[in-house]
Design a protein around this ligand. Sequence first.
Ligand SMILES: *[C@@H]1O[C@H](CO)[C@@H](O)[C@H](O)[C@H]1NC(C)=O
Ligand SMILES: *[C@@H]1O[C@H](CO)[C@@H](O)[C@H](O)[C@H]1NC(C)=O
Ligand SMILES: *[C@@H]1O[C@H](CO)[C@@H](O)[C@H](O)[C@H]1NC(C)=O
Length: 390
Amino acid sequence: MELSTTTLVLFILLAVSGIAQSIDIPIAKFGGVPNSDITQALTNAWREACGSATASKIVVPGGTYRMRAVDMRGPCKAPIELYVDGTIIAPPNPRDVGDEWQWVKVEYVDYFTLSGSGVFDGQGAMAWKNNDCGTNSNCARTPMNFGFNFVKNAVVRTVTSKDSKNFNVNVLGCQNFTFDGFKIAAPGNSINTDGIHMGRSKGVRILNTNISTGDDCISIGDGSVHTTIYNVRCGPGHGISVGSLGKYTTEAPVEGLVVKKVTFSNTDNGLRIKTWPSAPGTSPISNLHYEDITMINVRNPIIIDQEYCPWNQCNKQNPSKIRISNISFKNIRGTSLTKEGVNLICSSGAPCRQVKLGDIDLKFNGAPAVAVCRNVRPTVVGRAPPCVAA
Ligand SMILES: *[C@@H]1O[C@H](CO)[C@@H](O)[C@H](O)[C@H]1NC(C)=O
Ligand SMILES: *[C@@H]1O[C@H](CO)[C@@H](O)[C@H](O)[C@H]1NC(C)=O
Ligand SMILES: *[C@@H]1O[C@H](CO)[C@@H](O)[C@H](O)[C@H]1NC(C)=O
């Protein structure tokens, strides 16, 4: 008994001192100084951090730095924090970034933290101006600001992603990944600048985060499981979307999403679920719960769209094969820019099941907005607009 207590105390002391002993790795050690290009300095600092047997903290102090694409790859030996107070800017021309997919890449790392008051500025204006992907399927690829690929037990806090050329952040194959106090800022008319897109990931949490951008604030792709979105502000932007889904047979189900305490201001959509008609995918979407949501001048506050077909890229001859079930919308208030504040357009091939509406108070021009329902019979709890046929 005596011995095991002593051992325990020793173990805790060691653990605590182990954390305290995180070593700082200033990028200046590798020649990274303000007003220079720190691509090589950060790459070298990462190599040292990744090889370190004790936890380490790469420090980029205040100042402005230029940087081309950096690939921070694991596996590493101990936890790593990247602490950035400076502003890091990408080359304006996508061709000069050095990676056509992602500018700041973190891959195969366990226990990663990104922190500080820093700004990652993707300088996207030139890329947005030349973006013709709406009409040209062979359009040039432009890099996203951040790619987190197969990262586990990670936290991204307090930094800002600004003016990405493409999606701001892509989360792929990650587990236990938290954004807390994160910021995303791009103009409302910037093209394809989704805030955070995730797919094939489990336990992604987006907390206390403000997103203003030109496309979806958050988009939840196939294989996203146990996602939490809490205390988020979105606008301008296209809202929080699940999907689009159904294009591919290889997709995995979307299961478990809680969206709570979110404000949408002047966004195209609020809460959206979208699947493609005449498409082969069958992976279901289930257990999505939306609660305590404020809508301020939102075009489509609540929208399930199983006939999603932008730019006439498809036909609507055959219904979507995706089943949507166990979805609740509770305490959703504010103003809609259309009369149809609630749109539940489900698939005739797989009608929605267990859809619940509770305490929906959406106004269009001062009058209650209506709900348009197709292939769904929502359960109403408390106050909600009655369904009219589509
Ligand atoms: C999730 O990641 C955080 C941050 O690294 C860590 O503190 C926490 O213990 C992890 N949770 C689990 C269940 O592994
Ligand atoms: C988000 O915006 C609100 C309101 O302007 C502000 O109080 C909060 O500090 C912001 N949070 C972040 C992470 O910027
Ligand atoms: C609906 O979703 C909730 C939350 O994920 C879950 O606890 C519940 O079991 C689900 N209900 C059904 C019938 O699957």
